[in-house]
Design a protein around this ligand. Structure first.
Ligand SMILES: [Zn+2]
Length: 326
């Protein structure tokens, strides 16, 4: 068990540790201390490293940290995936990257609109104003329509103000489906969803590493809120991902895994959806379904958050089934 809760506070570190403060508003830089001291990058494939974030999402205790920031080191560059929910987390990620390589960080990818995955963009823009930040076109649209600010406000409040100083730095380049972005010797292939975990998701395949970043379309041993998602859309894109030539899956939350995780997650979603459909046919009301949906689901059994979230998953399934049959 990590000694997470006792060691979480901000550390002020000197500028000589490889950071540059382009804002010039403060003589020192604030960094998420727990990530520096307790969370180390784990090498998960030839070029790819992941910092596995905390499983529990008490954002006050983790100072907003909850996701799996990652990076890929190419011959001359570094590509960052989902730099976390604050400038402080992004800076800590940057610190870890700089301990491993001197290559500049030139590319950042955001898997979707939820703030825990992209608010850390700020740190990489601060480090390199020319950094290219990629995302689903719908993510950029929603972000510009006010959702970016909503996520900043949400994390500011949920973290008890720990992300103070973070600014919304939006993606600069929108992706298309099945696009390959070459960065030196690394090829990142995009798999865009129309509607899966959100309407803004992209899965990112690192072809040379046979590795797939799923964003929150897939998670591991943890059930995340699925308030604006689609069961059918999620099942659809996971089915497509299962046909890819990959060995390693890096989920949005939870530990990296083999490609078997895709099957497990798809089975779990299908179980909720199909059990709900069956119970509707039997004439049950949604409030009568919860225990049955829980009991029938072997894929998500004992997964963190399942009991808390299942009611909302069920309501979403009922809505989607009604719309499907309309
Ligand atoms: Zn999410």
């Amino acid at each position: 068990m990590r000694k997470l809760l006792t060691t979480l506070f901000f550390l002020t570190i000197p500028l000589t540790q490889g950071f540059s403060d382009t804002t010039n508003t403060s003589p020192t830089i604030k960094v998420h201390q727990a990530i520096l001291s307790d969370y180390k990058p784990q090498k998960v494939s030839e070029h790819t490293y992941v910092i596995h974030g905390p499983m529990r999402s008490d954002l006050k205790k983790t100072q907003g940290f909850v996701n799996n920031p990652a990076f890929i080191i190419s011959d001359k560059s570094v590509i960052v995936i989902d730099p976390g929910s604050s400038v402080q987390i992004g800076r800590a990620l940057l610190y870890h990257i700089k301990k491993i390589t001197n290559n500049p960080i030139t590319h950042v990818f955001n898997t979707h609109i939820h703030g825990d995955h992209w608010l850390g963009n700020h740190a990489f823009f601060e480090n390199n104003p020319d950094v290219k930040i990629f995302a689903h076109p719908e993510m950029l649209k929603q972000a510009k329509d006010g959702i970016a600010q909503q996520w900043l406000d949400t994390f500011m409040s949920a973290s008890g103000g720990a992300i103070k100083g973070t600014e919304t730095v939006l993606p600069t380049i929108t992706l298309t489906d099945q696009q390959i972005i070459k960065v030196d010797n690394i090829s990142i292939k995009t798999h865009l969803a129309d509607w899966a975990h959100t309407k803004t998701d992209v899965m990112l395949e690192v072809i040379e590493d046979k590795l797939l970043f799923t964003g929150d379309i897939v998670n591991n041993k943890r059930i995340v809120p699925f308030n604006d998602g689609s069961f059918k859309g999620s099942i659809d894109i996971i089915s497509k991902a299962m046909k890819l030539d990959i060995k390693t899956v890096v989920p949005g939350h939870g530990a990296m895994a083999s490609s078997e995780l895709l099957t497990t997650y798809k089975t779990g979603l299908e179980s909720i959806y199909e059990t709900t459909r069956k119970l509707i046919d039997e004439g049950l009301e949604p409030y009568e379904m919860k225990s049955k949906v829980l009991a029938s689901n072997t894929a998500f059994k004992n997964w963190m958050g399942f009991e808390d979230e299942v009611g909302r998953y069920l309501s979403l399934a009922v809505l989607e089934i009604e719309q499907e049959e309309f």
